[in-house]
Design a protein around this ligand. Structure first.
Ligand code: ADP
Length: 354
């Protein structure tokens, strides 16, 4: 876990880059730092590997203050990926990946095997790419090497400072997907700086929105959309919000048209054709019934985005999707609700969809 406690940073020229900044990043979590230019994202990131020292306050890694670590050990345990990947141009790809493992005095075979494993992990054929020089790779491929080089010596923490911002949109989107897939596998603690809200929302388990050296809101992407704490958050998310990102509980039908009470079900006091969700007297979901027969159906969590819900619907023949908040039935989602919602979010002028 990385923890900032009341950190302040004043640069020698008097610029106060961070004011009373506190933030926790749990182990295995990918936290994106986002905010307007100059809000202190890079300063925050560079403090983690002590490229910048705080003026006051403390930073901890696994409950030990970072100033108590040997600086080399600290940095070896932190992978770093920059916007300008800066692969060593005179070294082959394999040699580039081997830099930190060599510093750590790994055995030759272990280094070679690790290089092969990492290249395979990001879909670059080792027999082709190991021996190539950086200039023989595309920008997107070089950036992939930058990412796996940071992973090479198996650090617990990875810092990424706008790593994809110099790439074209297609490579960028691909790398965002790669990083999500990789993260599921490797479960590192990642701090990722970006100025692109779509990127922050797409890859972050959590997003830390900053303004003028302070945290405005730290939350899951979905919660930021659903419960923005201030107008600033709302504005920052603003136009970027696609209706497909809307949480399902906003869209779900909260009338009780596909719902019956357990007691009514037990006494047969309901229309026995069609599909219904059954809830008890505390509004807890207890199951479903179809044409009078108890059935096992899929349910969805209240805070998942619409897009994810449609994947569930598509993979099934289910006509109603109970929406649950910790087992409590908060609504029912049907195709009709989804169509109505999407239509309501679509602008039509003079018969033309905008
Ligand atoms: P961000 O990454 O969010 O753009 P930074 O952390 O780079 O923000 O910068 C935060 C503030 O600190 C900005 O006002 C910036 O101009 C200032 N700053 C950054 N580095 C220095 C420095 N070495 N000396 C003086 N001011 C700096």
């Amino acid at each position: 876990m990385i923890e900032f406690k009341n950190v302040r940073k004043v640069y020698p020229d008097g610029t106060e880059a961070l004011k009373d900044f506190s933030l926790k990043v749990e182990n295995g979590e990918l936290m994106t730092l986002i905010g307007p230019s100059g809000c202190g994202k890079t300063t925050t990131m560079k403090m983690i590997n002590r490229l910048i020292e705080p003026t006051s306050g403390s930073i901890y890694i696994n409950d030990k203050e970072i100033s108590d670590y040997n600086i080399h050990e600290l940095r070896w345990n932190i992978g770093y990926v920059l916007q300008d990947i800066a692969l060593f141009p005179h070294m082959s790809i394999a040699e580039n990946i081997a830099v930190v493992p060599e510093m750590k005095k790994w055995r030759r075979k272990k280094i070679r095997d690790r290089g092969i494993e990492l290249l395979e992990m990001v879909g670059l054929d080792p027999s082709t790419y190991q021996r190539r020089m950086p200039s023989e790779l595309s920008g997107g491929q070089q950036q992939r090497i930058g990412v796996i080089r940071a992973l090479a010596a198996d650090p617990d923490i990875i810092l990424m400072d706008e790593p994809f911002s110099a790439l074209d949109p297609i490579s960028r989107e691909q790398l965002q997907k790669d990083i999500r897939v990789l993260q599921k596998e490797i479960k590192k603690t990642i701090v990722f700086v970006t100025h692109d809200m779509d990127e922050a929302m797409a890859i972050g388990d959590k997003v830390c929105l900053m303004k003028e050296g302070q945290v405005v809101q730290v939350d899951t992407p979905q919660q930021l959309i659903l419960n923005p704490k201030t107008q600033f958050v709302r504005d920052f998310i603003g136009e970027r919000k696609s209706p497909w990102q809307t949480a399902v509980d906003v869209i779900a039908d909260q009338s009780q048209s596909h719902v019956i009470f357990l007691s009514d079900y037990e006494q047969g006091l309901y229309n026995q054709s069609g599909m219904y969700a059954i809830k008890d007297e505390h509004n807890m979901y207890v199951g479903a019934v179809n044409d009078g027969n108890k059935v096992d159906i899929k349910t969805i969590d209240n805070d998942i985005p619409l897009f994810q819900a449609t994947e569930v619907i598509q993979s099934d023949e289910q006509v109603i999707l109970p929406v649950l908040k910790e087992q409590k039935l908060v609504g029912i989602l049907t195709n009709k609700d989804i169509i109505a919602f999407l239509r309501s979010k679509t602008k039509v002028e003079n018969g033309v969809v905008q």
